[in-house]
Write a protein that binds this ligand. Structure first.
Ligand SMILES: Cc1ncc(COP(=O)(O)O)c(C=O)c1O
Length: 495
């Protein structure tokens, strides 16, 4: 990379002169990103943790030099080493987690968020950003709860914080005895939320079919009273936590039937429905796939992550509610941020819109993306990754050396080589990681043939631009692994 003219590293990013200060630095960053990706030349760096740590030690040292090395040099070295050592979700062979390739348009908006640096905890730090957040969160709330009284959403750091907030709202509504009733495949953050909030251990309903059975949830709710031996006039309060898109398989619980069960129990106990749709919520953008989450609109709170199936840079989490009055328990006073007299004088009170204080304007990239692509544009991306997952599943079914566990859940496909042991499956994944060839996930879930949990390779396909040749290539990498017998070597994929 040619040397750039010296740049005063104390210049500020904001103000009228900010863009002039940023421009040359952004060019250096873009060049370092491109060079790093070219040097890596794959979905992740080869050499495993030791190789990466060595390269970071070489280029990332000294951490705090006595004399600064200048803005361009620092950016070139550190952005370069990060890009070269990245697990890059924009590479179609990087498909382990709900870790999406961010859209360029959203990433560009995030640059503006950093330059302007609004903090969303008080209006005087974020006048336009807070007004934008109010409009956009109302719009997203209405997407999820079209018939809600006053739909709204809170912006969070992701599914973990949204689930915590959903459970917190249930505790505030029903008191500290509230019991979570969730499926065996519920995300670990649901259990952590109960623990953090000092609630009883969740009641876990087995899910032999991979999704919550409404009859089993009905029975679990009925059983709660016997578990707790309360006074007959004080039936146990509960929150049913359903999942729309499980982490391991992408399975969607039958939301409408679960909403019916909750509604039926409301006659005799305080009970609410929280849906963790961190993964599956964006199916709502797609005309083709939205019926898969029918019933979501009846939930009392919904977790939705746009840094999964929404192609946003981290963080872009949301918690939606059908009626913003449900958020009242989060209200909080701190004189320096929302003094009563300021609020009475008309300054918006933002502190109750999060459990955090200082908070980035993550709404900007979300707002820009919604406007740039529209619902149809986002729906087309959702359709594309679901179609990619179907195609990948077809290829696995057509390959006699591989076993497909089940048809895809949203965009998640589980498979394993025929006859492989769990240890071999784990080794295949780690070798691909170590050689920098592919990032595949793992999931220990029941084998439909035996009902016993076994280890599967997991592809979470979130790249809307992946081609058939990428999918063939990914399967070839798996089959090429050395611990498979030589007679299982694949043919070259069609181009
Ligand atoms: C179903 C589900 N819920 C919640 C989460 C947590 O989301 P985050 O990692 O954004 O906190 C995940 C993460 O993968 C998830 O799959």
């Amino acid at each position: 990379m040619p040397a750039s003219p010296p740049h005063d590293p104390t210049l500020l990013a904001g103000g009228a002169a900010g863009s002039r200060a940023l421009g040359p630095l952004v060019e250096t960053v873009l060049a370092a990103l491109a060079e790093g990706a070219a040097a890596r030349c794959g979905p992740l760096p080869g050499g495993g943790p030791d190789g990466v740590a060595r390269r970071v030690a070489d280029r990332g040292t000294p951490v705090l030099p006595e004399q600064g090395q200048g803005a361009h040099d620092a950016l070139r070295e550190l952005v370069g080493v990060l890009a070269e050592g990245a697990a890059d979700p924009a590479d179609p062979h990087c498909a382990a987690h709900l870790h999406c390739p961010p859209l360029a348009v959203a990433t560009a908006a995030d640059l503006a968020a950093s330059a302007l640096n609004p903090s969303m905890d008080s209006w005087d730090q974020a006048p336009a950003a807070s007004a934008l957040e109010e409009r956009v969160t109302a719009g997203i709330g209405a997407l999820v709860h079209p018939d809600g009284t006053a739909p709204d959403a809170l912006v969070t750091t992701g599914g973990t914080e949204s689930n915590l907030l959903g459970v917190l709202l249930a505790r505030e509504a029903h008191g500290p005895r509230v019991r979570l009733v969730c499926g065996a495949a519920a995300h670990h953050s649901v259990h952590r939320a109960a623990w953090l909030l000092g609630l009883p251990e969740p009641l876990v309903v087995p899910t032999p079919q991979g999704v919550l059975d409404p009859a089993a949830v009905d029975e679990a709710l009925t059983r709660l009273d016997a578990l707790e031996c309360p006074a007959p006039d004080r039936p146990s309060p509960a929150v049913v936590v359903a999942t729309a898109g499980t982490t391991d398989t992408g399975a969607v619980d039958p939301l409408a039937a679960l909403a019916d069960v909750v509604a039926a129990h409301r006659h005799r106990r305080p009970v609410t429905l929280h849906v963790d749709a961190a993964y599956g919520g964006p199916l709502l953008f797609s005309d083709r796939h939205r019926p898969r989450v029918a019933g979501i609109e009846r939930a009392d709170s919904v977790t939705l992550d746009l840094h999964k199936l929404g192609w946003q840079p981290v963080a872009a989490g949301l918690l939606t509610v059908p009626d913003r009055s449900a958020l009242a328990p989060l209200g909080h006073r701190a004189d320096y941020l929302n003094a009563d007299d300021d609020t009475e004088a008309g300054l918006p009170d933002l502190l109750g819109r999060s459990i955090r204080t200082t908070r980035r304007p993550d709404i900007l990239k979300i707002a820009v993306t919604l406007r740039a692509l529209g619902r149809h544009g986002l729906g087309a991306l959702v359709d594309a990754v679901c179609a990619t997952a179907e195609e990948f599943a077809d290829l696995i079914e057509a390959e006699p050396r591989l076993r497909l566990r089940a048809r895809p859940g949203i965009s998640t496909v589980l498979f394993r080589p025929h006859g492989a042991t769990d240890a071999q499956v784990a080794t295949i994944r780690r070798r691909l990681l170590h050689e920098g060839q592919a990032v595949l996930g793992r999931a220990r879930v029941p084998d439909p043939a035996t009902g016993r949990p076994v280890l599967w390779l997991k592809a979470t396909l979130l790249n809307p631009h992946a081609h058939s040749s990428d999918l063939h290539g990914l399967l070839k990498l798996v089959l090429d692994q050395h611990d498979l017998p030589a007679d299982l070597r694949p043919q070259d994929p069609p181009r």
